[in-house]
Design a protein around this ligand. Structure first.
Ligand code: GZL
Length: 322
């Protein structure tokens, strides 16, 4: 094969580049700015561990910011990532609205944004590349379907009085889990939500609001629907302190599937948990690498999840990863 002057020159240029300090730039680790909601629940803690572990395994340089459940802290973190010229920004938006301005700043800086866990309401969907997370409306439907199939405790007049502990006001999981649950229970007129209030996804607030529900409604309450396990666990403490039996006097349905929920089900204090996986780290790192490499990615990536009633809790518990 005749080696032309041009191919010899090209080989020489490549060889000199490969040996030069510039070669290191070619293998520069991906830099990700990640803004996390906070540390409000077992679910969130497991989600943070998943993201950090996956970043380490993938060799991603992760800049992690905990917003302590405040949107203004997330906006500040995203602006800081833009100033640091990271390769990609990922975040779990604490609430759905109020993101257009800062996401337009990221777009102007040509930094792709990936949503994980929770969705945003923006006028221009091009402001983020993809959303990786659960279908919260479906989680609410699954909670409602379980109740339709298992409702036992009713009031003397046959109605089933439900109290609801909602997640963080304005957050996608709170809005959608309420929507899905109401959509399904509407098929049975006897099922009535008599009280509904936010417990902000925390155990402490869940206990406090359940105490208020019990003070107002007492033994009228037949069912508690909690948008996450942490609020359900807080409510369980309130129910016991009121001299009632959680899981028996009051049927309790919650969402997440964290270890604490399985322990409560094994103790007979929780009736069912609808799984919502926090283990999004590995998927996030893969998608981030694809996005930075300019590969096309789906606009929506939904995690697959199940429903775990108390009957299976002891058998399933050893398999739980969060
Ligand atoms: C759901 C996630 C919610 C969990 C809560 O994907 O955003 O936030 O259900 C957590 O436990 O606080």
């Amino acid at each position: 094969m005749k080696l032309t002057r041009r191919s010899i020159l090209a080989a020489a240029v490549f060889a000199s580049f490969a040996a030069s300090p510039f070669a290191a730039f070619a293998a520069k680790p991906l830099v990700m700015g990640f803004s996390q909601v906070g540390a409000e629940s077992e679910w969130r803690t497991a989600n943070t561990v998943s993201v950090k572990d996956a970043a380490k395994k993938a060799g991603v340089n992760l800049k992690f910011a905990d917003a302590q459940q405040k949107q203004e802290n997330q906006v500040k973190a995203i602006r800081s990532f833009i100033a640091q010229k990271v390769d990609v920004i990922a975040f779990s938006p604490v609430v759905e609205s109020g993101w257009d301005t800062v996401l337009r700043e990221a777009q102007a800086a040509k930094i792709p944004v990936i949503l994980t866990d929770r969705a945003v309401n923006v006028t221009d969907p091009s402001l983020y590349v993809t959303f990786i997370g659960s279908d919260f409306v479906e989680e609410g439907r699954r909670a409602g379907k379980w109740l339709l199939e298992h409702v036992k405790k009713t009031s003397p007049d046959g109605t089933v009085n439900i109290v609801e502990l909602q997640g963080t006001v304005g957050s996608a999981p709170a809005i959608d889990r309420k929507k899905g649950f109401e959509e399904v229970i509407a098929s049975n007129a006897k099922l009535k939500v008599i009280r509904s209030q936010t417990g902000d996804f925390t155990r402490a607030k869940g206990k406090e609001v359940m105490e208020a529900f019990l003070k107002a409604e007492g033994k009228k309450i037949n069912v508690l629907y909690a948008h996450n396990d942490d609020m359900a666990i807080g409510a369980i403490q309130a129910i016991e302190e009121a001299g009632m039996k959680p899981g028996k006097d009051i049927t309790i349905i919650s969402i997440d599937g964290v270890k604490g929920a399985f322990e409560a089900m094994i103790a007979g204090k929780l009736n069912v948990t609808v799984e919502c996986s926090p283990l999004l780290g590995p998927q996030l790192m893969q998608i981030a690498a694809d996005v930075v490499a300019g590969k096309p990615v789906p606009k929506r990536i939904t995690t697959q999840e199940g429903v775990f009633p108390a009957e299976v809790a002891a058998k399933e518990f050893p398999n739980r990863k969060y």
